[in-house]
Design a protein around this ligand. Sequence first.
Ligand SMILES: Cc1ncc(COP(=O)(O)O)c(C=O)c1O
Length: 499
Amino acid sequence: MTTTDHLTAPSAPPAGPPPAAVGDWTPEELESNGRLLLKRLSEHFASLRTQPVTTDRSAKDIHQLFDEPLPRDPQDFAAVLDQTWRDVRPHLTQWNHPRFHAYFSNSSSGPAILAETAAAALNVNVMLWDAAPAAAAVESTVLRWLCEMLAYPADGDAVLVDGASLATLYALAAAREHLTGLDVRRTGLAGGPVLRVYASDQTHSSIDKAALTLGIGLDNVVRLPARPDGSMDPADLDARLREDVTNGYRPLAVVANVGTTSTGGIDPLDDIAELCTRHGVWLHVDAAYGGFWRLAGPVRPHLPDLAVADSLVANPHKVLLCPMEASALLSRHRDALTNTFRLVPEYLTTRHEDGGVDFMNYSLQLGRQFRALKLWWILKTFGTDGIAARLTASTTLADRLRSVAAAAPHWQVTNAHTPFPLVCLRYAPDGLDRTATDDLNRRIHHRVNAGHRSYVSHTVTDDGYVIRVSIGNIHTRAEDIDALWDELTAAARQEGGHL
Ligand SMILES: Cc1ncc(COP(=O)(O)O)c(C=O)c1O
């Protein structure tokens, strides 16, 4: 070493902690960890039918599994995955299980599972055209395809949102903006007329949440008693609209159903649309559940024409082999949504390009997931024929359950009116009054669920407490329906054994 070397030689790193880690996993790490996950998933699907559909652990026990300190040191992904498979997976309610029949049974499918990973990897934000050009184009195409599947006009406004609850909120906001003589967007509600929304008493509670959010108020959601098949009576609606107008209320919108939550009821859309036109009221149709069943041959002839709706919501995440979250909000009126929600501060202005779509202007959401990718992959890889075949298979399974129940002593199918694969069952042995029969069905329901082999939900209708069996998972087969029927009848014997 010469006497001048110290001027050019790199100085020794200062003593102290090692430099903080930077960057992500290497591409090789991503691939090897990804393989670990895919292996787990393939084992999961191979054994799904034999896994419990629900957990038997208490909330306290489950919280305890995750009651750990904030991790400061990096952990090996394989260990984290092990813990997930040990502590998370068994204590989920498995919505993708072939014996999950609660609420509205739905499916996640291979292309959607991979699409969610790809969308996260690409870290897409579909807020402005410039922020995600091809993603916005894919969303436009997917929305056009969804309109075609619903036979709904595709030349209006359309957007993918997280769920039907927010879609209905946005639709009612658009209806309000559409009202002549008001400018709520600019001046707010103060001093204006009292707005009212009309629906049957079978309409989903999301309409109430929309009303309380939009300043309409729960008292101004007029709920008309549904007919025995769960549908709205247009004559009642007409009478109520007239009465309210006479009393100074301003009817804002009617929310009609294609597939009510409790029993799969369908409102007479043509008659309701005619009334809405006559009274100058917006018609929003909640086809969150029923809309995409239109693909299934046995269901389609029973469905009304959706094109009469001023706005419409239909949920891919309920029917189209698509996991949460994906809901299509459509309006046949061009600019109905953008007139309501467009608001562009300086920092979000971009160059304007013909054909560019800024999806941030279609709802309240600015940053948005690339939800369309999973639908694009599902629709391309299964095709509508492939989806239709799977949906039709669910209707066949529902028919199987209906016919075995209808033939069994004391069992009733209380919603024979519905074309959807949603079967409401009630066990009604002779000699019990309504309260006792309700209690018996509640116990049967809870006993079935306590077995953790099948999972069903319930509702209360004019018939009383009924056990709801929704069939819509692509893994469900006849053996699962037969197993559920065995569990239901065994539970009825055990709970009603004293009869
Ligand atoms: C008929 C109907 N509308 C709306 C909703 C709300 O759907 P989401 O969970 O997508 O908000 C549901 C939920 O099951 C429903 O059954």
